[in-house]
Design a protein around this ligand. Structure first.
Ligand SMILES: Nc1ncnc2c1ncn2[C@@H]1O[C@H](COP(=O)(O)OP(=O)(O)OP(=O)(O)O)[C@@H](O)[C@H]1O
Ligand SMILES: [Mg+2]
Length: 356
């Protein structure tokens, strides 16, 4: 409800609630004739809470009039006898106080809500910006990914034509080549639809997300980058991993950043296996995802700083990946942290609420 409709409702409540309070106070069976004050104060509080200062004042004036008319000597008159003046004044002061407190509380809640909305909008925009940015970085590897099936299609198309040519075409081989063409075409279109899904705007934070599938999609996107850095990607998901509650694309954004960070941290490693291990397990009412690499690792001083916005050690880095990822995870009701580990490399983990 907006505009005039809301105004009518608020002033309607400001008129009706003192009338209702009066009705209850004067209802013989309720025996409240001697204690109408609390009922009128409730009416004022309700009106100010719903409508702010204007309706709160109207309810105060109406309550004061009803109070003076029915409950203050002389009865059935708006006049106030001299010895009743203190009681009446205290009533009016209490009503004004309750009304203004209620209106102030309403104002602060409204401004809090507006601030939250602005913040949410900014976060969504920021997440969108980083997603597009990371996409830029990935564009090269995606082009590479799509190029492979396309090259396969051309090779198999030529082969197919060759098998069909000549006096006695080899139909069996031609059929197999055609099947390989279909397989490669499907693969290319899958890659493209994954990219399209990643670039989509964010949805709601309460969808049911199949985590292992969402992570595998991200890994498929990172495969080219991993190959380029000679990094092995390994997953350990139990078969009965619980689905999580959240926004699939935002969760993929978090995983993407952790995986890219891991790959980048291992690019200079020469003396050990370059391997990124992603584990997930269900724990009571949440799911925990661990991303472990064998890269350059983090020393205790930088451990604390990696989540700071703009902290980066990379020439082309923005230093926003982890800070945005942490915001995304916390907005989902989970936690993203770095795990202190023995040996080389770094381990990051995050939790998300299980979808029940
Ligand atoms: N797995 C890791 N191993 C070692 N250092 C890491 C790892 N992950 C993050 N870091 C450190 O934390 C810094 C911040 O990471 P973050 O993802 O926030 O930004 P970035 O990767 O530098 O840039 P971008 O905004 O493009 O993601 C990195 O520059 C790096 O120094
Ligand atoms: Mg990063």
């Amino acid at each position: 409800m907006h505009g005039p409709g809301l105004l009518w409702r608020n002033y309607g409540v400001a008129v009706l609630s003192p009338v209702l309070a009066l009705g209850i106070a004067r209802w013989p069976d309720a025996h409240l004739e001697s204690a109408p004050v609390s009922l009128f104060l409730c009416a004022v509080m309700l009106s100010a809470w719903l409508g702010g200062v204007g309706p709160g004042l109207l309810a105060t004036v109406l309550s004061a009039a009803a109070f003076a008319y029915y409950f203050v000597n002389p009865f059935l008159s708006l006049a106030v006898a001299e010895k009743e003046v203190p009681r009446f004044v205290v009533f009016v002061l209490a009503a004004v106080l309750v009304g203004s407190l209620s209106a102030a509380q309403r104002r602060s809640i409204q401004s809090l809500r507006r601030a939250e909305e602005v913040l949410r909008g900014m976060q969504a925009e920021l997440a969108q910006v980083t997603r597009v940015m990371t996409m830029g970085e990935l564009a090269a590897s995606i082009a590479h990914e799509v190029n492979q099936p396309l090259a396969g299609i051309v090779i198999n198309g030529n082969a197919c034509l060759r098998w069909l040519a000549g006096e006695s075409p080899n139909l069996e081989e031609a059929r197999e080549a055609a099947q390989r063409i279909i397989r490669d075409g499907t693969r290319a279109s899958e890659i493209i639809s994954r990219v399209r899904a990643l670039a989509k705007k964010t949805g709601s934070l309460t969808e049911r997300v199949d985590l292992s599938e969402a992570i595998r999609e991200v890994l498929a996107l990172c495969a080219g980058e991993a190959r380029r850095h000679a990094v092995g990607l390994r997953t350990q998901f139990p078969g009965d991993l619980s689905p999580v509650r959240g926004d699939r694309v935002l969760i993929q954004q978090v995983v993407l950043n952790l995986v890219m960070n891991g790959i980048e941290a291992m690019s200079d490693v020469q003396d050990r296996l370059r391997e990124l291990v992603i584990q997930a397990r269900t724990e009571a009412d949440q799911v925990r995802v661990t991303v472990q690499d064998s890269g350059s690792g983090l020393d205790p001083q930088t451990l604390e700083r990696v989540f700071d916005p703009l902290y980066t050690t990379k020439p082309g880095g923005m230093g926003m990946g982890l800070s945005i990822s942490r915001t995304i995870v916390e907005n989902h009701g989970g936690r993203l942290s770095v795990v202190v580990q023995d040996g080389p490399g770094a381990t990051f983990e995050f939790t998300l609420p299980a979808y029940r």
